[in-house]
Design a protein around this ligand. Structure first.
Ligand code: 2HA
Ligand code: ZN
Length: 267
């Protein structure tokens, strides 16, 4: 028995592998983080380095995450290698009691740092913790990125285009999709912009870059990425065929909302 035999680590690895085969993770693109439950933390403590220290300062501290433990992908690590070398590719980090730093408890066995997008992951976790979301997931799905060259970079335009691209979309993401304009990735400014959008919804597009999703568990986060990218693929095909000649109407949306008991974002 070791860290990688724990069910949450296994589920993390499975998602990383599935996502690589979806084609969303060229080279070291994309990253994944998971906030452990108390039981998972207790199980993990058996295998971790209790002497880890000193704490590494966080670029974007979050006091609400004080003491929380996260499994995250490593900076520069390839999603396709997670299954082959989990202890090299992943990092288990414990946030310090003041929320301003972290201890590396396990992983990065060949050296390195947690994901370059750690600020965005942690600020998203900070705004999503109260809603019970444990997974923050960033990928580079091609069709979503392609649409950021064509659609206006607004919540309204992206939400409407994707809702209209597949009937399940308004039911799966009734809050719609947030949009962050092009920004330099990997820092606290893009983290602040992304988490501001995440307050109101679970999906945020980064223009000309990729997508962030928040989920209660791995299935929910993966499922959101999959649903949005599938809708984006349909949207790209429709636009490539000259644009829609008919679509899901306002009346259809309100019938859906009523039947599925969801409240759709006002656009
Ligand atoms: O390389 O996806 O946004 C990891 C990334 C940076
Ligand atoms: Zn990225």
């Amino acid at each position: 028995m070791s860290m990688i035999d724990l069910p949450f680590v296994d589920a993390f690895i499975r998602m990383a592998d599935d996502a690589f085969y979806k084609g969303w993770h060229e080279r070291n693109g994309g990253n994944l983080s998971y906030r452990l439950t108390d039981d998972e933390r207790a199980a993990a403590e058996v295998f971790w380095n209790a002497e880890a220290g000193p704490a590494v300062p966080l670029e974007a501290p979050a006091s609400v995450l004080a003491g929380d433990v996260f499994l995250v992908t490593g900076s520069g690590k390839y999603m396709r290698n997670v299954i082959l070398a989990p202890e090299e590719s992943l990092a288990l980090v414990e946030i310090t009691a003041d929320g301003a730093g972290y201890y590396l408890r396990w992983g990065l066995s060949a050296g390195g740092r947690p994901t370059s997008e750690l600020p965005t992951h942690l600020l998203n976790h900070a705004v999503k913790k109260a809603a019970g979301k444990r997974v923050i997931y960033h990928a580079h799905p091609g069709n979503v990125i392609a649409l950021t060259y064509i659609l206006p970079l607004t919540h309204k335009a992206f939400t409407r285009a994707l809702w209209e691209s597949a009937t399940e979309c308004p039911v799966v993401f009734p809050e719609g999709i947030g949009v962050v304009p092009w920004m330099v990735p990997g820092g606290k400014d893009i983290a602040a912009a992304t988490s501001a959008e995440m307050k109101h919804r679970n999906i945020v597009v980064w223009a000309h870059h990729g997508l962030f999703c928040a989920g209660a568990d791995f299935d929910e986060a993966f499922g959101l990425m999959d649903t949005v990218e599938k809708a984006a693929e349909i949207c790209v095909k429709v636009l490539s065929m000259g644009g829609a000649r008919q679509t899901i109407t306002e009346q259809n949306f309100s019938d859906l909302a009523k039947s599925f008991g969801v409240t759709l974002a006002e656009l």
